[in-house]
Design a protein around this ligand. Structure first.
Ligand code: SAH
Length: 352
């Protein structure tokens, strides 16, 4: 049995399913989920993320968080948290870059929020020199100052989609035609949570909602407000999205999200406005990844690393820098938002 067959059978019995439930099954089904069964990253995987492109990404994030930690009086102990750490590369680079920050490692409880047992193994190997521990969700974090990073984590959280119909909305669902998965629309129902979207949409427009992201940010933001800390949220998306952004990637190419259930990565753009609305602590302006990394000194770091490189390695290094920062590559599509306590400065690289 495949996930596809399982979903067809379920829908035949229970009726059409929300896209959020479809997405959750595709990504994290215990037996068939994409993240539960595969190692999706890198050149041989389905997509490549910023920390896998260059060590500079995790290093600069580490320095930004360590700077916030020092600005707040170097609180001890504190939680150093990563949401969805993938292969553990970002955290390994972050820790290597912050070795010289007096007291930072000794004070840090390294906490990884990861749903996939397979990826937890990768993380354990990448961080063999440290003693991280794993939790399932943000509620399990200790009541401590919390310095956190999430790169391409929120885009993997399940979204719902709604198509405007008059002053109400019809939910886009996954149903079946014969034994083939197909999108359809549910009944016309008012959605009070989407009241603000009646202002900027017209009949037939599609909007997305990610309740899971808002709930996580509400919890994390409350911790930062109460205990101190900072968070860097990096993802593709914009202040407010419009239209269908559900995307499936397999072997680095877009594929039909229904056809490859559980076999392809599934993501949706992040609406940063929803995070800003959900957090009780201060948040920064959203900043393009390229601008953020340049402000943190990626060019100087790239030059230093380049001094010990030759030929092919040097060329790959040059291309990696460009890929992370250039507006036509990841530099503009990916945005960064910082969370921080009221009356403090935002994390380095960001503005209030
Ligand atoms: N941050 C990494 C990986 C991004 S992929 C990088 O930049 O390379 C998304 C990651 O989030 C994976 O590790 C995946 O297993 C994890 N993940 C997805 N949904 C999750 C959830 N609901 N709870 C915890 N981890 C989740």
């Amino acid at each position: 049995m495949s996930l596809y067959d399982l979903l067809v059978a379920q829908i035949a019995t229970n009726g059409p399913m929300r896209i959020s439930n479809f997405m959750a099954d595709c990504l994290l089904h215990p037996e068939f989920g994409y993240y539960t069964t595969q190692d999706p990253f890198g050149a041989s995987g389905d997509f490549i993320t910023a920390p896998e492109i260059s060590q500079m990404f995790g290093e600069l994030i580490g320095l930004s968080l360590a700077q916030s930690w020092m600005d707040q009086g170097s609180p001890t102990p504190f939680s150093l948290v990563e949401f969805g750490p993938g292969r553990g590369t970002l955290m390994a680079d972050l820790l290597r870059a912050t070795k010289g920050v007096a007291g930072f490692h000794a004070a840090a409880n390294i906490v990884l929020i990861e749903a996939s047992p397979k990826l937890r193994e990768h993380q354990s190997q990448a961080l063999a020199d440290y003693t991280p521990h794993w939790i399932d969700n943000v509620e399990q974090l200790a009541p401590l100052p919390t310095f956190a990073v999430a790169n391409e984590f929120f885009d993997a959280l399940p979204i719902r989609q709604f198509v405007r119909d008059g002053d109400a909305w019809r939910e886009r669902q996954v149903g079946i035609t014969g034994r083939i998965l197909a999108f359809g629309l549910g009944p016309n129902i008012p959605q009070p949570a989407l009241a603000h979207r009646l202002e900027d949409t017209k009949d037939g427009d599609l909007v997305e909602e990610c309740l899971a992201a808002s709930a996580i940010i509400a919890n994390l933001g409350q911790r930062i407000k109460d205990h101190g800390g900072a968070a860097l949220i990096i993802d593709y998306g914009d202040w407010r999205s419009l239209g269908d952004t559900l995307q499936a990637l397999k072997n680095h190419a877009p594929v039909d999200p229904l056809e490859h259930a559980g076999q392809a990565d599934l993501t949706a753009h992040l609406d940063f406005e929803a995070l800003a609305t959900a957090t009780p602590c201060s948040y920064s302006r959203i900043t393009p990844q390229g601008v953020f990394l340049e402000r943190l000194g990626i060019t100087q770091r790239a030059q230093t690393l380049a001094q010990n490189m030759e030929a092919d390695t040097l060329n790959a290094h040059f291309l990696a820098h460009q890929r992370l920062t250039h507006p036509d590559e990841m530099g503009n599509l990916f945005k960064v938002m910082g969370l921080y306590p009221d009356n403090r400065r935002p994390p380095a690289g960001l503005e209030p």
